[in-house]
Ligand binder design. Structure first.
Ligand SMILES: [Zn+2]
Length: 169
């Protein structure tokens, strides 16, 4: 039997034998070059696909929101908003960063609906990409001091320290 009509389901929690999809008989969904069983695709888009890291980030966001933004926030509204971003392909790590950024800068934020404005804000996107870049680059040895010209006005290193010290208390 030819293997050409067999694809591997891309859903990480796929329960079908060997994750195989038989294109001739199985219901499937194709996205770009990726194939999913129809059930698997439904589960994935419903949010059951979230990995541990994402779940953890969402919990952290919830806790920070309660602690710093609004302790009476409606959870379903909060998660609906967050899930909307995840489905658009926004990383949970970025959503967490945005919330931390708003807290640090004391931006006006009360309800989940208002969060969208900050998620799309260029200033925060820029700050985030600098942080990611810094992570990849690894910080230089302490004896090397950046001169005025190369050090950004917004120092990534000290900011992220600021985040953790505020968030840990
Ligand atoms: Zn599957």
């Amino acid at each position: 039997m030819s293997k050409s009509n067999i694809r591997i389901c891309r859903y990480s929690q796929c329960n079908y034998p060997n994750k195989e999809i038989n294109l001739d008989v199985d219901d499937y969904y194709q996205k770009n070059k990726f194939y999913y069983h129809k059930d698997c695709w439904k589960a994935k888009t419903k949010g059951e696909w979230k990995d541990e890291k994402t779940k953890q980030d969402l919990q952290t966001i919830k806790n920070l929101w309660i602690e710093h933004i609004n302790e009476t926030v409606v959870y379903s509204q909060l998660f609906q908003m967050l899930n909307g971003f995840l489905q658009r392909g926004v990383e949970s790590e970025y959503l967490l960063f945005v919330l931390q950024y708003c807290i640090i800068h004391k931006y006006k934020l009360m309800y989940p609906g208002g969060f969208k404005y900050y998620v799309d804000r260029q200033e925060i996107k820029d700050a985030y990409s600098r942080t990611k870049f810094a992570k990849v680059k690894r910080s230089p040895p302490p004896q090397i001091v950046d001169n005025e010209e190369t050090s950004p006005k917004f120092s990534v290193g000290s900011k992220s320290k600021g985040f953790s010290s505020i968030l840990k208390k």
